[in-house]
Design a binder for this molecule. Structure first.
Ligand code: SF4
Length: 482
């Protein structure tokens, strides 16, 4: 039980909260495999699985290869309708026995809990990520938060084992105040952790857009009052249920912006494939409407127009590159171009994380780089801002280049090299920009595939003593909050 005092909104905050109107949404979600196994889904939806596929999945129930134990099955009617015209979309939400064939992977990818000074908050860089909910409108099979969504128990650094908890406003606000006060009193860096001011917070989960407008507003108001400079909302709801971005939601954002005009808002959206928002003709081609504009799904277009009309907010797309979903340069080219055309920035593409069973979803690192590089050929500079990132335990790392010729005089480079660069350190920022060069291994899907091929490593990607450094940082970060 927390002994943090109850959070009381300020008068300005309460005035904003009093304007919020909640909508009632009907996503017509299909939850779990049971409705398919028991034939309780509408006739049209039955095509999602064949009888033979259901028999195979049913046979795994209760075994360690149970696909629903790894990641709960869920889709919306909207996403199902899209999947009728797109195999990649169907693959994104459809469970298969193959996904639990190899259960190799990390229970807590990236050792996230090393950076959790308060339940539900990960404090990395100058930024905090909060788990505010543990579900989404639909569930991606490749989800790298599968441990949160399937409510698995995770071992913490202190050896305790528990499910990941959700962030609560009083504890988070308390932590922000105490961290930022210590930073301010120490000339701009925290005396123990060395971190700067906590100035950005990402609302994540799960998908915060599953919460009501009132709950989202409560977070936006509390974080703005706590001195956070920029707030991010991470969401895939534009793909799963675009009607969620209705007038009540947009008005709530407008009222929040009117109350806190100096606080930035970034919507971090998650489209994996253009089939999630573009319409196709009967031949399966995207429909051109003149001047290169492709026809959007009307619900998604309405939502996107409402968001992009608010120029004070930025919209950034980020997506992992996933086997059988979007490992397709042509699809990614269409997506990057179509998004930039309506004012969405292409932020990151990711190599999949080393989650449990990642081998079913991850594309080899060098292949992911090739796919993204191919997809960006023929696009303009502003359409190709996205970088390929892979999250090392040490921080966010860019896959900058993959070469195919030997470097003269450098042994081990006969087949070319891969160049990684640290974009952001998880703990503090001294290693930003440092590189690591390894000899190629086209099979590698994680850093460990290169551990015997390191040529040059100023970034320290292969000499990182996780436990000691992370423990120090986490302990130091916790100290002022007590
Ligand atoms: S939307 Fe994101 S958090 Fe939700 S299931 Fe998909 S990958 Fe996971």
């Amino acid at each position: 039980m927390s002994d943090t005092p109850r959070y009381v909104p300020t008068a300005k905050e309460q005035a904003f909260l009093d304007t919020v109107v909640d909508s009632k949404y009907e996503r017509h979600s299909i939850n779990g495999l049971a409705p398919f196994l028991n034939e309780r889904v509408p006739e049209g939806v039955k095509v999602m699985y064949t009888k033979a596929e259901l028999e195979k999945l049913a046979a795994l129930k209760g075994t360690e290869r149970d696909v629903e134990h790894r990641m709960p099955v869920k889709t919306t009617q909207h996403y199902f309708d899209l999947s009728l015209h797109s195999q990649p979309i169907r693959n994104l939400v459809k469970a298969t026995p193959e996904e639990t064939e190899n259960l190799e992977g990390a229970a807590d990818p990236g050792y996230q809990m090393d950076y959790s000074p308060v339940e539900g908050l990960l404090h990395k860089y100058e930024m905090g990520l909060m788990y505010v909910i543990s579900t989404c409108s639909a569930h991606c099979r490749f989800c790298y938060r599968e441990e949160l969504i399937s409510r698995k128990e995770i071992e913490r650094q202190d050896g305790t084992v528990a499910k990941k908890g959700l962030a609560q406003i009083p504890e988070i606000v308390n932590y922000i105040h105490s961290h930022n006060k210590a930073v301010e009193e120490n000339g701009g860096v925290h005396p123990k952790s060395g971190r700067e001011k906590l100035r950005e917070i990402l609302l994540s989960g799960g998908d915060p857009m599953v919460l009501s407008n009132s709950k989202i507003a409560a977070w936006l108001g509390a974080l703005a009052e706590a001195g956070i400079e920029s707030i991010r909302i991470g969401t895939k709801e534009l793909a799963f249920f675009p009607k969620r971005f209705d007038q009540n939601f947009l008005t709530m954002l407008d009222n929040w912006h009117a109350a806190y005009p100096d606080v930035g808002l970034r919507l971090m959206i998650h489209f994996n494939h253009p089939d999630e928002f573009l319409m196709k003709d009967d031949a399966g081609n995207y429909i051109e409407q003149g001047s290169g504009i492709l026809k959007w799904h009307p619900d998604t277009q309405r939502a996107m127009e409402g968001l992009t009309a608010r120029g004070w907010m930025s919209i950034e797309n980020q997506s992992p590159i996933i086997k059988n979903v979007n490992n397709d340069p042509d699809a990614l080219r269409v997506m990057q171009r179509a998004l930039k055309r309506v004012g969405v920035n292409n932020h990151y593409f990711f190599c999949g994380r080393d989650i449990i069973a990642h081998r079913a979803f991850n594309v080899p690192i060098e292949e992911a780089w090739r796919i993204l590089n191919e997809s960006q050929k023929g696009l303009s500079g502003v359409e190709t801002h996205a970088r390929l990132s892979i999250t090392h335990y040490k921080g966010k790392t860019e896959v900058c280049a993959v070469t195919s010729q030997p470097i003269p005089g450098v042994p081990g480079t006969e087949n070319g090299v891969v160049i990684f660069k640290i974009l952001r350190n998880a703990a503090s920022a001294p290693d930003r920009g440092k590189v690591c060069i390894v000899a190629r291994n086209p099979e590698a899907i994680w850093f460990d595939g290169y551990k015997d091929r390191v040529i040059y490593d100023e970034a320290g990607l292969f000499a990182y003593a996780r436990v000691d450094k992370a423990k120090d940082a986490a302990a130091a970060a916790q100290a002022p909050a007590k």
